[in-house]
Design a protein around this ligand. Structure first.
Ligand SMILES: NC(=O)c1ccc[n+]([C@@H]2O[C@H](COP(=O)([O-])OP(=O)(O)OC[C@H]3O[C@@H](n4cnc5c(N)ncnc54)[C@H](OP(=O)(O)O)[C@@H]3O)[C@@H](O)[C@H]2O)c1
Length: 352
């Protein structure tokens, strides 16, 4: 198959660099253009991306000249079909809309459009049917292209783990996160603040964790007009910890009726999906039976960073409650890998 040309907005950031790394050698996609701020525009990628592991920088990307966001819709970039976005929210809204208007499919990591009623918020193993919103969006906004989004990094880990439990009737979810520093971006949290420390506040994170899962686990309303949210509440407390990559989450799920530890474990173990594209992990959820798992250093790269590990599944003290730990790679499963998987599903289902 002829490879589909793709671009990356915010290519020099924490997530942008992960995109460049993961797109290297991708069987369907070919990296055509890299975009970042005026600080980086006009310079070679290797000179402006603070690559975590220099030996891992793809050679072709290293020599590419970074473009300004002003150039996204110029004729030089007209062969691009998919634009991946890893921009800060403050600049993403206008640029992503401009890209969709120009005919690109925008696969975005950014939160700004996630909760708009006609924008799909996708974890393909859960809700690929929500892609039906694309036609509604294009018609409503008069765009040739469209925007699809993936959730916040912590939301992805939790929502994937909740999906197999949905059949038992979830009444309420509580979650306490231990989130890696890479989740705050390259400039992120100052080292003097995070070393030997835990920071019990992450701007806007709790709102995202409490709202996004309900849209993702919701159902498409008739004729694809919108999403009916899942009918339970999520209560989140989010914390930054001195871990490089990999978010860990303690989750308490209260069910309408009793669910045993064994039933919950079986639900995790048996979870499969029909998503079979290159980035789809063989097992979206891996059940860890060891009593001290999952851990970020041991488990974040499971399924090439695309599997979520679940462990310490046990009955809670409250009525009808099961509690467990979920862990996933925040810049792979929770960001760049999630967008790439979404884009693959768009291709497989002929939206691109
Ligand atoms: N990190 C994660 O785990 C994670 C997970 C899910 C979602 N996200 C979301 O993904 C997005 C990117 O996050 P990040 O952690 O990668 O951030 P980051 O490391 O700060 O990178 C930001 C990127 O945007 C570019 N940029 C910044 N200001 C710009 C401007 N005014 N005009 C044009 N480009 C500009 C930067 O280019 P320069 O290098 O030229 O400044 C850089 O390429 C955010 O919206 C974030 O919420 C992040």
């Amino acid at each position: 198959m002829t490879k589909i040309k793709v671009g990356v907005l915010g290519a020099t950031g924490s997530v942008g660099q992960r995109f460049v790394q993961l797109l290297d050698g991708h069987p369907w996609f070919e990296l055509e253009s890299l975009f970042a701020s005026e600080r980086s525009a006009g310079k070679k990628y290797r000179d402006v991306s603070k690559w975590f592991l220099p030996s891992e920088m793809p050679a072709e990307a290293a020599e590419m000249v970074v473009q300004s966001l002003n150039d996204v819709d110029t004729s030089e970039n007209e062969d691009i079909a998919i634009m991946f976005s890893a921009l800060p929210g403050s600049v993403a809204s206008e640029v992503e809309k401009r890209c969709a208007q120009a005919g690109y499919c925008v696969a975005s990591n950014v939160s700004v459009h996630r909760m708009e009623p006609d924008v799909p918020l996708i974890i393909p193993e859960i809700n690929a049917d929500h892609l039906a919103l694309i036609e509604v969006q294009k018609e409503k906004r008069g765009w040739d292209g469209f925007i699809i989004t993936n959730p916040n990094c912590s939301t992805i880990v939790m929502a994937l783990s909740l999906k197999p439990l949905m059949r038992y009737g979830i009444k309420e979810v509580r979650v306490s996160t231990m989130q890696a520093v890479s989740g705050a971006g390259y400039a992120g949290v100052p080292s003097m603040a995070i070393l030997d420390n835990v920071i019990p506040f992450i701007e806007s994170e709790e709102d995202k964790m409490e709202s996004e899962p309900l849209k993702i686990l919701g159902t498409v309303e008739k004729e694809g007009s919108g999403i009916k949210n899942a009918a339970f509440n999520v209560c989140a407390s989010c914390h930054r910890v001195p871990v490089m990559d990999g978010h860990t989450e303690a989750i308490w799920v209260k069910f309408k009726e009793g669910v045993t530890e064994e039933e919950a474990k079986k639900a995790f173990k048996d979870f499969t999906t029909d998503i079979k594209t290159p980035f789809a992990p063989e097992k979206p959820i891996i059940l860890r039976e060891e009593q001290d798992r999952p851990q970020p250093r041991l488990d974040r790269d499971a399924g090439r960073g695309m599997s979520v590990s679940v462990g310490r599944v046990r009955a809670g003290r409250m009525e009808n409650e099961v509690k467990y730990i979920a862990q996933g790679h925040n810049t792979v499963r929770g960001a760049a890998g999630a967008s790439i998987l979404n884009a693959e599903v768009l291709v497989a289902r002929k939206y691109v």
